[in-house]
Design a protein around this ligand. Structure first.
Ligand SMILES: Nc1ncnc2c1ncn2[C@@H]1O[C@H](COP(=O)(O)OP(=O)(O)OP(=O)(O)O)[C@@H](O)[C@H]1O
Ligand SMILES: [Mg+2]
Length: 280
């Protein structure tokens, strides 16, 4: 059983997973996960490689059907909701997305508008404005007419984020959005996402590997290990050396930034750290 999840908001959580078990054909991954994603907050999911973070995100976004348990979006079972209706409220950036060949940046970002378009109804002005705004937020406007395959890793990652932002959903799930980004751009992105949550009431769930950025920006942290939620709560409460050891098997000291008060982890050097010895 997962420990109870603290809900930070005084409202109903937007997205809830209850007793979720899910995985792949012969590989069960999630083992009875309970999670509640609070409205207007930035929640960050942390955990070691292979612990089930991407599987949980995909299950919450209904890309994977759970073998047990339920996902509720605004109180309604997401697997009984219509696809377009879900896509208008929930946008997801999966880990390592692949763009169709030959697409320009503007076309990729424009794919974020698909849920809003039908054969009969396309609001070209609204779509163009959403695309323009998303490209400006992520600083990719200058690449608008270039091919996505001809960009650097970080430039391409920003285009994918723009695509999800152009979808203009209240709920945004991003799996490792800071991959390939230089530190300054990572900070810019987290500032943007934090403003979307705190000033615009959007609800964000991110997977991050940078523990210190997670501690600095998350309202709520969820730590996963081996398909289960080990602990969750505000960084000031759960970002501790004991939890980092328990979840990541990481020996680290946790200090506090004198300016912001955010916890910061400093890994201890471990000369014989479980890696195979170097033979030659
Ligand atoms: N398509 C798949 N088919 C079979 N097994 C998979 C598949 N995708 C992931 N897995 C396995 O499921 C487990 C959880 O994977 P998942 O991708 O959820 O981990 P993660 O926490 O996101 O890891 P990372 O930090 O490396 O992205 C791993 O053991 C992985 O090998
Ligand atoms: Mg992953």
């Amino acid at each position: 059983m997962s420990p109870p999840v603290t809900d930070l908001s005084d409202q109903q959580p937007r997205l809830t997973g209850k007793a979720l078990s899910a995985g792949y054909e012969t590989r069960p991954v999630l083992k009875g996960v309970d999670i509640a994603i609070a409205q207007g907050k930035l929640t960050v999911l942390l955990g070691p490689n292979g612990s089930g973070k991407s599987t949980l995100l995909k299950t919450l976004a209904r890309t994977i059907k759970p073998s047990a348990g339920r996902v509720y979006l605004d109180g309604k079972d997401i697997h009984h909701s219509n696809t377009r209706g879900v896509a208008k409220r929930l946008g997801i950036l999966p880990q390592g997305p692949i763009a169709p060949e030959g697409l320009t940046v503007k076309q990729l970002v424009g794919m974020g508008r698909f849920p809003h378009q039908t054969l009969w109804r396309q609001d070209a002005k609204q779509d163009a404005e959403a695309i323009r705004e998303a490209m400006a937020y992520t600083n990719v406007t200058e690449f608008a007419d270039r091919n996505v395959d001809a960009l650097s890793g970080g430039q391409r990652q920003r285009c994918w984020i723009a695509m999800v932002l152009a979808q203009k959903t209240d709920l945004i799930l991003l799996d490792e959005p800071t991959t390939f980004l230089d530190l300054k751009v990572q900070v810019d992105l987290l500032e943007l996402l934090s403003r979307l949550a705190h000033e615009h009431g959007r609800t964000l769930l991110l997977v991050l590997h940078d523990l210190n950025l997670a501690a600095a920006y998350a309202d709520h942290l969820v730590m996963m290990c081996d398909g289960r939620i080990t602990t969750s709560g505000p960084p000031s409460e759960i970002f501790t050396a004991a939890n980092l050891k328990r979840v990541f098997d990481l020996e680290a000291r946790v200090l506090h930034d004198p300016e912001s008060g955010s916890p910061v982890c400093v890994p201890r050097k471990r000369p014989a750290s479980g890696l195979a010895p170097i033979q030659s």
